[in-house]
Ligand binder design. Structure first.
Ligand code: GDP
Ligand code: MG
Length: 437
């Protein structure tokens, strides 16, 4: 997929001490190929890589960063631009504001209608009405009612009526008469683009003239998503895209393609089946996601400022030789404390989120940890396995802590050294690079 390809492309730079014109060109050729493979328009891909190249050549300020990281940052910044810069909201200026959903069957229109209603109600203080215009399946109307009940939002439906235009007009009239300030119209989709569906949505669109027409698309459908987006946009000239099902492995390559083909902003993303699984679309975050790197760049920047490179090099050697002990742990903690909250920092490392879940590092606990380590003998510090019951008892007394806390620290130490070893190999190499190695 796209992110693997970009990963690979950016790997070309690994091992080069300096960004030169040659390795930049090599990398960007790969990046361009990856973008083309993802069906990004040829011209856009070319413009994209040219821009990154220019930036890379002009960069002198950041030469202290790893060149690979610098390229990642440049590519990320450009990807962000390509996907639309700033996040764009929804037009809620009407009385009521009418929002029309469009998209294929199964793309997530009904689910997203509920999510959006819930979002507008709870976050934007709106009073939304949902209108059920999928007249082909009785189950579709039931589904919207279920969703409405879940979030406490009224649903307007008319089961005998098979004319979606009439239902949407009646729904809007009902909203006006009953003080609803947003109307969300859920429509029927089909499994593939066809004339009848297009005619129907175009007719509804023309009749009700919505403030906002949204195109909902399943991010997992890849290239099809782009073609579908184009078909709907040709007919509706929609205002924004909703990218659903981004909770799986999908890294969002569709976002680049759709944005570059229809040139409409992506407004929200769906990240699950539940009603609160909705997020405003932030191009920068999506760029990070596509590059699969968490917030590595800012972490690198902070680490660069704070970390004692000499110290980090020593520690890395020890980890490699399995000689990482409590003295090193202590010095790590002291370094990390200089950088800010440990949890925040670890959260920025891709993949560290999971490792952290079981690892309760709380910043206040540092004091106890330091006290415990200070109560150990040098031998105990370098060989944590030597801590038997009687030693633990002595240390607990000396540090004013409990055996429980010591056991917990041992567990944390163990997890941390495992994590560090893990980071040292493979994808986590970045972490060690950041530490100045
Ligand atoms: P519609 O035919 O366009 O109205 O699509 P639905 O709203 O009925 O959604 C189709 C299926 O996709 C349902 O099973 C939803 O639960 C599921 N779905 C919708 N949005 C998301 C999402 O963001 N993530 C996941 N994992 N599933 C979703
Ligand atoms: Mg539906």
């Amino acid at each position: 997929n796209l992110s693997d390809k970009l990963d690979k492309a950016l790997h070309v730079l690994k091992g080069h001490g300096q960004i030169t014109e040659i390795n930049v060109a090599e990398t960007l050729k790969e990046v361009r190929r990856a973008l083309l493979d993802a069906d990004v328009n040829f011209k856009i891909a070319k413009e994209f890589t040219n821009k990154v190249k220019e930036e890379a050549m002009g960069q002198n300020v950041l030469t202290s960063l790893q060149p690979g990281q610098l390229m990642v940052k440049l590519v990320k910044d450009e990807l962000t631009e390509l996907m639309g810069g700033e996040a764009e909201g929804i037009n809620l200026s009407g009385t009521p504001s009418v929002i029309l959903m469009s998209g294929l069957q199964g793309s997530g229109k009904t689910t997203f209608s509920g999510k959006l209603a819930n979002y507008l109600k709870t976050k934007k203080n709106k009073n939304p009405l949902l209108v059920a215009c999928d007249v082909y399946r009785p189950a579709a109307i039931d589904q919207l009612h279920v969703v409405g009940d879940q979030i406490g939002v009224e649903v307007f439906s008319d089961r005998g009526n098979t004319d979606p235009v009439a239902i949407s007009e009646a729904g809007i009239a009902y909203a006006k008469a009953n003080g609803f300030n947003v109307v969300i119209i859920d429509t029927a989709g089909r499994l593939a683009v066809d004339k009848q569906m297009m005619n129907e949505i175009a007719t509804i669109h023309k009749a009700i003239q919505p403030q906002e027409t949204l195109f909902v698309v399943d991010a997992m459908t890849g290239q099809d998503a782009v073609n579908t987006a184009k078909s709907f946009n040709d007919i509706l000239n929609f205002d924004g895209v909703i990218l659903t099902k981004l909770d799986g492995d999908t890294r969002g390559g569709a976002a680049i393609s759709i944005k570059s083909v229809v040139n409409k902003p992506i407004k929200f993303i769906g990240t699950g089946e539940k009603m609160d699984a909705i997020d405003v679309f932030y191009p920068a975050r999506m760029a990070e996601r596509i590059l699969g790197m968490g917030d590595v760049v800012s972490l690198v920047e902070r680490a660069q400022e704070q970390f004692d490179e000499e110290e980090a090099r020593k520690i890395q050697k020890k980890i490699a030789k399995n000689k990482f002990g409590f003295d090193d742990f202590l010095s790590q903690i002291q370094q990390i404390k200089k950088m800010g909250s440990l949890k925040d920092l670890m959260g920025m490392i891709p993949g560290a989120g999971k490792a952290l879940k079981g690892l309760d590092i709380d910043d206040d606990a540092f004091k106890h940890i330091e006290a415990i380590i200070h109560s150990m003998t040098p031998e105990e510090r370098s060989t944590p396995t030597s801590l038997n019951a009687s030693r633990k008892k002595r240390i607990a007394k000396g540090s004013g802590t409990s055996i429980q806390e010591i056991n917990q620290l041992l567990k944390q130490f163990d997890q941390m050294s495992k994590m560090m070893k893990m980071m040292q190999g493979g994808g986590g190499k970045k972490m060690m690079q950041m530490m100045g190695a």
